[in-house]
Design a protein around this ligand. Structure first.
Ligand SMILES: CC(C)(COP(=O)(O)OP(=O)(O)OC[C@H]1O[C@@H](n2cnc3c(N)ncnc32)[C@H](O)[C@@H]1OP(=O)(O)O)[C@@H](O)C(=O)NCCC(=O)NCCS
Length: 146
């Protein structure tokens, strides 16, 4: 296993759309509809050019494993992430959060995550990285000073 984050670029657009439209990813998202290519490209290009947003691909050697986006307001970042459906339950979700902290630590002081309470794998990923946990209805919020 040789894990690292690299910056995402326009060549990752199709892979990220595939991951965004995965059934479990849509189920766990706040908007459930499938995303069409044109909508995705507009959104993706705006994120790539947005200085308050960092987009990374988790690599295991030469293989793309997942992606993580960190949207930042001042020095507070919010994590959104997906692992490819055939790579889940292998520890990558925990690692992508750990590596994200290192990737943004020079400009972000606090990282947060907002998870649906039914999303057990994601809750485990934040807990194992020692995030504080707050329940509010169907939502669980995670926060950590990094
Ligand atoms: C959430 C997600 C990124 C986790 O990635 P992952 O690589 O599977 O995570 P890990 O393998 O590091 O850890 C998953 C943990 O959840 C556990 N798990 C998996 N399915 C589970 C379930 N249905 N109920 C309870 N625990 C479950 C695994 O056993 C593992 O725990 P363990 O290490 O204690 O055994 C992945 O499931 C995913 O991409 N989901 C779709 C998108 C998504 O939900 N993103 C997060 C939005 S907040």
């Amino acid at each position: 296993m040789y894990l690292f984050l690299r910056s995402a670029d326009i060549n990752d657009a199709a892979t990220i759309l595939e991951w965004r439209n995965d059934t479990l990813t849509r189920d766990n998202s706040f908007s459930k509809e499938l995303i069409d290519f044109d909508t995705h490209i507009k959104w993706y290009e705006s994120k790539l050019s947005d200085e308050s947003c960092s987009l990374f691909i988790l690599m295991d050697g030469a293989e793309k494993i997942g992606h993580v986006r960190i949207d930042t307001v001042n020095d507070i970042g919010r994590i959104s992430y997906t692992i490819a459906s055939d790579k889940r339950n292998m520890g990558y979700g925990k690692k992508i959060i750990e590596l994200s902290e290192k990737a943004v630590s020079s400009r972000v002081k606090v990282l947060t995550g907002i998870v649906q309470s039914s999303n057990e794998p994601s809750k485990k990923c934040f807990r194992s990285n020692n995030y504080a946990e707050f329940f509010s209805g169907d939502i669980v919020s995670y926060i950590k000073i990094i």
